[in-house]
Every structure is written in C-alpha cells, then in structure tokens.
Design a protein around this ligand. Structure first.
Ligand SMILES: Nc1ncnc2c1ncn2[C@@H]1O[C@H](COP(=O)(O)OP(=O)(O)OP(=O)(O)O)[C@@H](O)[C@H]1O
Ligand SMILES: NC(=O)c1ccc[n+]([C@@H]2O[C@H](COP(=O)(O)O)[C@@H](O)[C@H]2O)c1
Ligand SMILES: [Zn+2]
Length: 273
C-alpha cells in the first residue's frame, strides 16, 4: 500500500457564532471536500472558536451560551470541535493571535507524540507553518498545517483598513493560509486581485465555491427569533432547543453593546493616537 503523502490540515473558524447555524457547520464540510479534491491535503480536524464577550459587537450574547450552542452543534460531527480558549479571554483577542495560539497548541501536541511511531509507519508528514522562533526540536516534529476558515464577508473585511492591521493579515495569509467559502457570483476573486497584499499571497488563499447557495446568517436568525418567527431547519435542533429553554435573543439582547464601539475599532483608535 502506498504511503499517504498528503499534508494534514486543521481548519480554524473564528466568529461570533451568535448563534451557530447550519451554514457554519456546512463551511467545514465544504472546505474539507475542496481540500480533499485537490489530492494534496487531508483535513484532520475542524475547530470552532467563538469570540469573547470583549469583542463588544451589538447583540452579542454571553460567550458561555454561544460556546454551549456550538458544542451542541458540533455533536453531529465527528471531526469538528469547539475550543473555548478565545471566548474565555477577558479582552478581545486579535484573530492573528488566536491562530498563533492554536498553532502553538498543535506544536505542543506534536511534541508529545511518539515520533518513532510515524517513522515506523514510514509516514513523512510535512510540517505546517513553522518558521519564526520555533525550536529545532519542534521543527523536527510532524505537525499539521493550520488554516483559517472563513466566509467571503470576512475576507472582504480585510479591505476595511480599521479593524485589521496589515501585519496581522500578512501573518494569517502568508504564514498559515486561508480557506474562504464564497458564493457563486461573489467577488472574492476580484477582491484578491484588487489587493496587493492578498495578491502576493494568493497561493495561500483557497477559494471554495458554494454551488448549493445558502444565505443563512446569524443576524437573520436573531431577527426572526425576536419576531417569534420559526427558525426550524436553519440551525441544529439541539441549538434551537437551547435557545428556547434559555429564552435567548429578544429585543433587549439585540441592544447589548448598542452604544459601545467594536473592540477592534477601539484598539485601532488607541494605537493611532
Ligand atoms: N452563509 C454563509 N456563507 C459563507 N460564510 C458564512 C456564512 N455565514 C457565516 N459565514 C462565515 O462564518 C464565520 C463566522 O461568522 P459569524 O459568526 O459572523 O456568522 P454570521 O452568520 O455572519 O453572523 P452575523 O450575521 O452575526 O455577522 C465567518 O467567517 C463568516 O464569513
Ligand atoms: N484585527 C482582527 O484581528 C479582527 C478584526 C475584526 C474582526 N475580527 C474577527 O473576525 C470575526 C468576525 O466575526 P463577526 O463577523 O461575527 O463580527 C471575529 O472572530 C473577530 O474576532 C478580527
Ligand atoms: Zn458575520
């Protein structure tokens, strides 16, 4: 039997997940199919990382509820898991730092693995994004690549100068890589073409076309819930049960953080003072 030489990949999705929807779970499935079809990658894990309360987005309910719902949603998957680390940080954490954290976790878990086992199996796995302060010991360890998974709207938000620092985009796209799920007719390709920075790293950006279009957004779901309209079949049933039993998403909850500036914008304003 031939050895599997594909590069192992872990997909990390960052966002509010307020609440998690069927489309969030579909993102992982679409991205995995795409990467497998290239013949070069083997997706070994998906991570959902809900943003912390410090993000201060309008209508953002408490992180423990968003994490609990994400855990319920992920129960239907055997490869996508929730990681609460980001949600547990007191202050909002830049996405580049979240990616760095998960990459370090991967390096640490790789360090503990019995390397000899891989050698025995004749498995030669490529090391993921690894330069930059990583010890020789870690460089010799087999670690999957970590890639940020997002929708086209997040990619396009890179173009708005305020919330994203150029060095963060460079780190995410240049060092790790991006898998972006886009809709047919979406302008993600043009967007990359129009950005010198993204164009430079285009080899690290995988655009996944979603042919079975699905426009579910958490904002639309919260709106329907406020109006007591049905959202059945738009999110996993256990998530819907959780929302109903905890009475989440009311006109009041939508007013949370209404008068507060989004954390990335605040941070940026402080830096440029
Ligand atoms: N329908 C969709 N198609 C493609 N990507 C999506 C879709 N819905 C969400 N995403 C992606 O999922 C990630 C997490 O998104 P987020 O939590 O903001 O969900 P959302 O549905 O966009 O919520 P909101 O409406 O509150 O902004 C982001 O990368 C976002 O681009
Ligand atoms: N500079 C940054 O790192 C930066 C800026 C804006 C949003 N984000 C992240 O993008 C995601 C956006 O989520 P929403 O679409 O729900 O606002 C969040 O995970 C947030 O932390 C990161
Ligand atoms: Zn969003």
């Amino acid at each position: 039997m031939e050895a599997d030489t594909r590069t192992e990949v872990v997909l990390l999705a960052c966002g509010s997940f307020n609440p998690i929807t069927n489309m969030h779970m579909r993102l992982f499935e679409l991205a995995r199919d795409y990467l497998h079809e290239t013949g070069k990658y083997k997706v070994v894990k998906g991570i959902i990382s809900p943003v912390g309360d410090g993000y201060q987005k309008k209508g953002l309910i408490e992180a423990y509820h968003r994490v609990a719902m994400a855990v319920l949603a992920s129960e239907s998957s055997d490869w996508v898991k929730v990681d609460p680390w980001e949600s547990e940080q007191e202050e909002w954490v830049e996405t580049a730092k979240v990616v760095r954290h998960h990459h370090e976790e991967l390096l640490m878990s790789g360090q503990c693995k019995d390397e000899a086992d891989h050698v025995k199996k004749g498995k030669k796995r490529k090391l993921g994004a690894s330069e930059g302060g990583v010890s020789e010991r870690l460089l010799n360890t087999a670690v999957p690549e970590l890639k940020l998974l997002c929708g086209a709207d997040l990619l396009e938000s890179f173009g708005t100068p305020n919330p994203w620092k150029e060095e963060d985009i460079t780190e995410i796209v240049g060092k790790y890589g991006l898998v972006c799920v886009t809709r047919s007719g979406s302008d993600a390709q043009r967007f990359i073409y129009q950005s010198d920075l993204l164009w430079k790293h285009k080899k690290n950006i995988h655009l996944v076309n979603e042919w079975i279009t699905n426009d579910i957004s958490a904002t639309w779901i919260r709106r329907a819930l406020r109006r007591a309209q049905s959202v059945k079949y738009l999110l996993p049933e256990p998530v819907l049960d959780y929302i109903q039993s905890h009475n989440l998403y009311s006109p009041d909850s939508e007013e949370k953080n209404a008068d507060v500036i989004l954390a990335p914008l605040q941070k940026h304003a402080n830096l440029s003072k």
